[in-house]
Write a protein that binds this ligand. Structure first.
Ligand code: HEC
Length: 112
C-alpha cells in the first residue's frame, strides 16, 4: 500500500512540468560570475576602482567594479598573467584555480 502511494507521488512529480528549462540556462554567465567573485576575493584590493587601495596600473588591465565587462579588453598576455598567478595556493584553492582555468579557456576562445 505504502509503495503504491510513493510511486504515485513520484509519477506525479515526474509528469509535472519543470518550472525551469535547464537547457536554456546560460552557464557561461555563471562561469564569468564565479571568476569575478574569485578575483574580487583575491585581487580586488588593487583591481577594484571603488577601493582606496586601488592602483591605476591594475585598473588599466582590468577593473572588477565593471561587473559585466571587466575581462573584455584583456589581452592574451594578460590572461596568461592571470593563469600564472593561479599556482599561488595562498590566494587560490585547487577548486578556484580549476574554475579560473575554465573561465580562461572560454574567454580566450571568445565564447563570452
Ligand atoms: C597590490 C596590488 C595588486 C594586487 C593585489 C593584484 N594586482 Fe594585478 N596588477 C597590479 C598592478 C599595479 C598592475 C599593473 C602592472 C604592474 O604595475 O605590474 C597589475 C597588473 C596585472 C596584470 C597584467 C600584467 C601582468 O603582470 O600580467 C594581471 C594579469 C594581473 N594584474 C592579475 C592579477 C591577479 C589575477 C591578481 C590576484 C591574484 C592580482 N593581479 C592582484 C596590482 C595588483
Amino acid at each position: 500500500m505504502k509503495v503504491i502511494a510513493d510511486e504515485s507521488i513520484e509519477s506525479q512529480v515526474d509528469s509535472y512540468p519543470s518550472p525551469v528549462n535547464e537547457s536554456a540556462v546560460d552557464t557561461s554567465l555563471s562561469i564569468v560570475g564565479q571568476a569575478h567573485a574569485i578575483l574580487i576575493n583575491s585581487c580586488g584590493s588593487c583591481h577594484q576602482n571603488s577601493l582606496p587601495t586601488q592602483k591605476a596600473g591594475a585598473l588599466a588591465v582590468y577593473d572588477l567594479d565593471d561587473t559585466k565587462n571587466w575581462y573584455k579588453e584583456m589581452t592574451e598576455e594578460e590572461f596568461d598573467g592571470v593563469e600564472r598567478r593561479l599556482v599561488n595556493r595562498d590566494q587560490f584553492t585547487e577548486e578556484q584555480a580549476e574554475q579560473m582555468l575554465l573561465f580562461l579557456e572560454l574567454a580566450r576562445s571568445e565564447l563570452f
